[in-house]
Design a protein around this ligand. Structure first.
Ligand SMILES: Cc1cc2nc3c(=O)[nH]c(=O)nc-3n(C[C@H](O)[C@H](O)[C@H](O)COP(=O)(O)O)c2cc1C
Length: 332
């Protein structure tokens, strides 16, 4: 089989095996739509608190709103136990997700101290209970996102995966680091190969150190995972999906021009304005812009200017200045 292929997660058929990972603070409905437009086959919401959904918190439930053109909404939930998961399901299903994902990897102390996120890796039986409860109560596939273990002395991904699949999980994504490693040392891709070897008939999704299209191809080649999930590599770079697709089809990925990046920024910003209102959108957009402009010569001034921008017009000014600088540079 070609490395680029369709994937089915339960009853959900996806056009390819290139996904956008859940990213708190980044994968809102606007950015998910942009990545889907550029070739991601599935885009996960950022982690959504089951407790917040159960309490019908407006700030929480808005994270589950469907993006434009988002056919298969994949909602990621975090919770400490099956009871909390169960209490949130009515609220979650009101948003008609195609897939529900369980976060068992978040390392943030605020989350871990409640028993959720990667704390669940220390209690894999709880993961089994959570998955079972959700599978029994909804008719959409459930996926699980784990890390390799809590720390290097407690690597337990095979046990966790086995319990998740026994409980009815339709796919499992592994970020190939422990909780203690956070995001820093090189991801341990060999453990992804091992996981796939142990579960040849299950859908395994790989995560960790996918910063370029070449990384995506390499992970598919080296580990045998069924699908890959771009995270930090997709921040400010929605083009990574089409670039990976091109490489996997034996083509040279096209260069993305500065003008095209600026156009993508403005589409992204206008989408956020519709979702959040102009001032909040302009604030939210700053971190994205810094990522979009990374590596572009002479972009420091534009980056600095958008940190103070509170209107779309100010963004346009800051960015047009960047294009003018480049043009004047070219004519010298
Ligand atoms: C800013 C940020 C936010 C993240 N938020 C989530 C999240 O909400 N849920 C989740 O399962 N993983 C989350 N992750 C982990 C990523 O999905 C991914 O597994 C991890 O970054 C490893 O991939 P990478 O090395 O290619 O970035 C987050 C990572 C980052 C950097």
């Amino acid at each position: 089989m070609s490395l680029l292929h369709e994937v089915s997660i339960g009853n959900v058929s996806l056009s390819s095996n290139l996904f956008l990972a859940p990213l708190a603070g980044y994968t809102d409905k606007v950015y998910r739509s942009i990545c889907l437009h550029h070739g991601a086959a599935l885009a996960y919401t950022e982690m959504v608190s089951s407790e917040g959904v159960a309490r019908d918190s407006a700030k929480t439930v808005m994270l589950m709103e469907r993006g434009e053109g988002e056919v298969n909404l994949a909602v990621q939930l975090f919770m400490p136990d099956a009871d909390t998961a169960g209490r949130s399901l009515e609220g979650v299903m009101a948003y008609k997700p195609a897939i529900i994902d369980i976060n068992c990897g978040c390392p943030v102390p605020k989350v871990v101290k409640t028993g959720a996120g990667s704390a669940l890796l220390q209690n894999p039986k709880t993961i089994h209970e959570i998955v079972k409860t959700i599978v029994q109560n909804v008719d959409v596939p459930v996926t699980v996102k784990i890390r390799t273990g809590w720390d290097t002395n407690s690597i337990n991904y095979l046990e966790t995966a086995s319990l998740a699949f026994d409980a009815g999980a339709s796919a499992l994504c592994m970020h190939a680091r422990t909780r203690s490693q956070l995001y820093m040392p090189t991801a341990h891709w060999k453990l992804l190969s091992d996981l796939k070897r142990h579960f040849p008939d299950k859908v395994i999704i790989g995560s960790g150190d996918l910063f370029t299209a070449e990384d995506g191809v390499r992970m598919l080649q080296e580990t045998g995972v069924d699908a890959i999930s771009f995270a930090r590599g997709a921040i400010g770079n929605p083009f990574i999906f089409e670039q990976t697709k091109a490489l996997l089809c034996g083509k040279v990925p096209r260069e993305i021009s500065v003008e095209e990046k600026i156009e993508a920024i403005m589409i992204h910003l206008r989408g956020l304005v519709d979702f959040l209102g102009e001032r909040t959108a302009c604030r939210e957009m700053r971190k994205h812009v810094c990522a979009y402009l990374k590596g572009i010569p002479n972009s420091a001034k534009a980056r600095q200017e958008v940190t103070g921008a509170l209107t779309v017009h100010e963004y346009e000014d800051a960015l047009s200045h960047l294009i003018l600088t480049r043009y004047s540079g070219k004519s010298l």
